[in-house]
Write a protein that binds this ligand. Structure first.
Ligand code: ZN
Length: 486
């Protein structure tokens, strides 16, 4: 199989991709791949260093006669997401990835491929190896660590390494023909409401909502699916109009960047209301299914009846507070089309809901392509949280990369794309996060574009990289560098 990969074009790019696939390089395990990159740089006569965070920085001097052209940064990340199929024996600390070719796609058997972002690493190494056959300005290669786990490398990077460059090409996007010119920033808000408890005698019911489509809070929020935590709050609020109940606890979701697919509450009801509860829930389920987005059409609301007895429940004040918080809490898409037509600007996802003996806690992840919009939304949440007697703590703030109205780098890349393939590069913004945001923050006048070949099912064992797309994107990179050297 290896020999087959060696025959793929562009030859050097796939050669290096194949080499780095042999070196385990999950997040926090990037020392070996970084050393390999330094080794390649040395062989190619390219000065390269590793900074304190483990990022690799290599400097390609300009082609002869092109010393006057302004420098450019070419950037990607060293680490990959390690996911494998259930039951697949693979040790991400030791084992090489088992690359296979399937038609136009390169995949890894049973695991993520690391096309994200190994293809950027491979292209940068290929550029070092072939630098003398190409025309390029001074090119600073920056390969960061820990992009996938909080962008630690990009955070730590000293902008001095850019050496005054005002143009940066990031190769960490996954759709050919698209030039990403902006991305969302974000923050996490943890809300805590006090709970006092009392005893209640009645029938305990485990009430659940489930079978929702969920998805990634950045990449799937535009599907307008239900959030299980919010939905459960709505269901209980509605139920309260017809039935008296007491809440023992509410739980749902376990990752702040995943839209919860299910949530659960334990409530105590009067045993006489058992049948009525069932009828109301099935009516609610029917209504919700009808108004649901396609992916949520099979949602269910279930009630499992336990024993009659005396249970520890929230007192009326606490219960009101929790239901109010859940029903006031903004969630999902908040605005669209302001930064780019048809694209989400601002959203949030209530990823985690839990109850302890003395607290009711919500954690939501805010995203916006405009930092100020995110802050205003945060203020609104903080205001009602405090009004309801709770506390709000903001953590993990990262900036948005707001598109520039004028990008000479885009103009050059777009022209080269037209010349090569007869099609324009389409400008886009992503609601996910990119390291570009941190570079834009560190160097406000840096002109940045993110591109990349087609990679499907990123971050899953089904990840696959289009071979032909890789070749075209490589041609675009080469042509752009040549144009930038003029
Ligand atoms: Zn990536």
């Amino acid at each position: 199989m290896t020999t087959e990969i060696q025959t793929l074009k562009p030859e050097k790019v796939f050669h290096y991709f194949n080499e780095i696939a042999k070196i385990p390089h999950g997040s926090y395990n990037t020392e070996a791949i970084a050393d390999y990159c330094l080794g390649v740089a040395k062989q190619c006569g390219v000065p390269a260093v590793k900074d304190g965070a483990g990022n690799v920085i290599a400097t390609l001097e300009a082609s002869p006669g092109r010393e006057g052209a302004p420098p450019v940064v070419l950037q990607g990340h060293l680490d990959m997401v390690c996911e494998k199929e259930e039951g697949h024996a693979h040790n991400f600390e030791k084992d090489p990835l088992a690359l296979t070719i399937d038609g136009d796609y390169l995949t890894a058997e049973g695991t993520t491929l690391g096309g994200d972002d190994g293809i950027a690493v491979a292209m940068c190494l290929a550029l070092m190896a072939e630098k003398d056959q190409m025309v390029h300005p001074k090119t600073i290669i920056v390969l960061t660590v820990e992009e996938e786990v909080g962008m630690d490398g990009a955070y730590a990077l000293d902008p001095v390494v850019f050496d005054g460059a005002k143009r940066l090409i990031n190769i960490d996007s996954e759709e050919e023909g698209i030039a990403t010119i902006g991305c969302a920033g974000g923050s996490e808000m943890g809300l805590k409401f006090p709970v006092t408890r009392t005893d209640e005698t009645g029938l305990i019911v485990s009430l659940a909502v489930g079978a929702l489509q969920g998805g990634h809070s950045g990449m799937s929020i535009h599907r307008f699916g239900y959030n299980a935590d919010i939905l459960l709050g709505n269901i209980l609020f509605s139920l309260g109009k017809d039935i008296t109940f007491k809440i023992a606890d509410l739980t749902g979701g376990n990752k702040v960047n995943a839209i919860p697919q299910s949530a659960k509450a334990h409530i105590v009801i009067n045993p006489e209301d058992r049948e009525k509860l069932g009828l109301i829930l099935s009516r609610l389920q029917e209504n919700l299914r009808q108004s649901a987005e396609q992916g949520d059409k099979n949602l269910f609301i279930s009630a499992r009846f336990g024993d009659q007895g005396t249970y520890d429940v929230m007192d009326p004040e606490s219960e009101k507070r929790c239901l109010m918080a859940l029903n006031i809490m903004p969630d999902g898409v908040q605005s669209m089309g302001r930064v780019l037509a048809g694209r989400v600007d601002t959203s949030l996802n209530l990823g985690i809901m839990k109850t302890t003996e003395t607290t009711f806690e919500l954690i939501t992840h805010l995203r916006s392509n405009v930092d100020n919009d995110r802050d205003l939304l945060g203020d609104k949440i903080e205001a009602f949280t405090k009004y309801l007697g709770g506390t709000a703590v903001v953590t993990g703030v990262y900036p948005a990369w707001t598109p520039k109205s004028d990008s000479p780098l885009y103009t050059v890349m777009n022209e080269e794309n037209e010349k090569l393939f007869g099609t324009p590069l389409v400008k886009d913004v992503t609601h996910g996060g990119l390291e570009c945001a941190l570079f834009a923050k560190k160097c406000p006048d840096m002109d940045i574009i993110s591109i990349g070949p087609n990679i499907l099912d990123v971050h899953t064992p089904a990840e696959r990289l289009s071979i032909s797309s890789t070749e075209r994107v490589w041609q675009l990179v080469i042509a752009t560098l040549a144009a930038l050297a003029e």
